[in-house]
Design a protein around this ligand. Structure first.
Ligand code: GRF
Length: 202
């Protein structure tokens, strides 16, 4: 089976990128990270690309850019890289329709809550404020909506009485670092079957 060519999108810390990279290096994932794309030149996670000799590229939104034209430039680059899979890992821009259409069911994202609860930003704070007893993380495919695409994997953590958004976030992050590489591994082995909203492992 051909090794999948993966592009990882980051905006900040990049710990999920690092978790995927580690599993690629260990040979657990049948793929290679061919590029890292960031919308932030100061994203700390870019250091992991540099350390591992992975090409990275920063795309800054220009004043005259629409969301569509911004992502059109990214699509051209992804095509040059022969990208099979896009992994959003803390990428802070909402994708435009052109890239979602082009890479339908080939864009994964990780969200720090049990979707469809608490989509959007500050999911861990939303969970603490709401008083839920369990939260977790969700790996899902991207569709037109915000955090609304077909769900691949969820991992659950308890929410404790004295949790702050930060203590909850770090408990969830541990799960993220297991769930995301697993989802990428399954994708790269062609073991994810998407039918409508349902994703099954084959
Ligand atoms: C994670 O909490 C992820 O769920 C969310 O953004 C954060 C990114 O963290 N989408 P990192 O940059 O991977 O460390």
């Amino acid at each position: 089976m051909k090794r999948k060519r993966i592009a990882v999108f980051i905006s900040g810390r990049g710990s999920n990128f690092k978790a995927i990279l580690d599993e690629v290096k260990r040979g657990v994932i049948n793929g290679e990270i061919v590029t890292v794309i960031s919308d932030n030149v100061d994203a700390e996670g870019l250091q992991f690309a540099v350390e591992s000799g992975i090409e990275y590229k920063v795309f800054l939104k220009q004043p005259d850019d629409s969301r569509q034209s911004y992502f059109e430039r990214i699509i051209s680059y992804l095509q040059e890289c022969n990208t099979d899979l896009i992994c959003l890992a803390g990428f802070m821009k909402i994708l435009s329709k052109n890239i979602v259409d082009r890479y339908r069911n080939r864009i994964l994202n990780i969200h720090p809550a049990l979707l469809p609860s608490f989509p959007g930003e500050n999911a861990q704070a939303q969970a603490v404020e709401h008083g839920v007893k369990f939260s977790g993380c969700t790996v899902h495919f991207i569709d037109e909506g915000v955090d609304s695409g077909p769900i691949v994997i969820q991992e659950v953590v308890p929410v404790l009485d004295d949790d702050t958004e930060h203590t909850l976030a770090s408990r969830i992050l541990e799960k993220e670092h297991r769930a995301y590489p697993l989802a990428v591994k399954l994708f790269c082995e062609d073991r994810l079957l998407v039918k409508g909203r349902k994703v099954t492992r084959i």
